[in-house]
Design a protein around this ligand. Sequence first.
Ligand code: PLP
Length: 378
Amino acid sequence: MSTQQQPQSIPLVDLATQSSRIKEEVLARIGRVIDKANYILGEEVAEFEAEFAGYCGVEHCVGVANGTDAIHMALRALNIGPGDEVITAANSFAATALAIAYSGAAPVLVDICEDDFNIDPDMIERAITDKTKAIIPVHLYGQPARMQEILEIAERHNLKVIEDSAQGHGGELNGTRCGAFGDIACFSFYPGKNLGAFGDAGACVTRDSELAEKLRLLRNYGQVVKNRHDLLGFNCRLDTVQACVLLTKMQFIEEWTEQRRQVAQWYREELADSDLLLPIEKSGARHVYHLFVIRHPERDLLMKFLAERKIFCGVHYPNPLPTAQPFALARTVPDNVPVCTQLSSEILSLPMYPEMTRRQVATVAAAVQEFSLETVRG
Ligand SMILES: *Cc1c(COP(=O)(O)O)cnc(C)c1O
């Protein structure tokens, strides 16, 4: 055997390690579902919903097919549709604005704050018209949005608040969990999210029992009892098999979140002497580091440099939402969202997953610093 170790590649995320740890338990649970044949809305779905509602600190959770559907169903439950405007952040995954468009409402894309990458409350205020019905803040990268200001604005203008918490599982601001701020909060359990299924899955959570009941109808053909349809429903239920995966993973979500926070702390220590802009952690916030996003003026060159050393990064997101064809006509506030546009060319998501070792973090940090030295030398 060679004593010369091949340099290991470092991926942006590593799902296989985590999955292998829970595989046996997941298979046992899925085996029981197969035996019972309760594939649709089986008791595991209700069991997971109860557990996840508790985790968020709210009364109700309604499992749905994915995070995009969760936002779409939330808008439907709140009777938001054609003629209405919904304000969201210009720097998000496209699904946030797509779901608004599915409802028939018009997305209004608002600029972000430079320090925390989240929607700017001052710009929300400027974006409000008499058509505005709701605000959808996104807890981007796992950092809670400025919920106190946002809830105050919503209250003053009589607007609904729907949290896009697809990246915010377990995040907190001043002791309140992401998911417990808005009228409804939406989660994705896409495999790469902080809590991920083995396929697509999502959920809405809410304190409001009437909204919860309406969401249960909306996800299941609007069916009150078999063959009685009182509203325009959809088919977007959470699969029982995916609920088995999520129930198993719920046992580890806090451990994995603390590991992410530890990895972030290691990055801070390893990069303390660099002049890089690291993500801030707002006071009173528990950032859950879905992504660890740094800024660099030569982002594309840095990304290439790292890839040559088998360190794989991502960009979330390279194109502001207003530049996407479906949103070409969307109103932007301020015009063309300058902060978001500037940051989209500088942001870089470094490898981040709970199982990352200090050694891997040090390897990434050393390569980043090596690049900075080379660019200084020219
Ligand atoms: C992943 C994600 C979504 C969409 O979730 P899916 O489960 O992929 O439909 C929506 N918003 C944000 C911010 C996301 O990161």
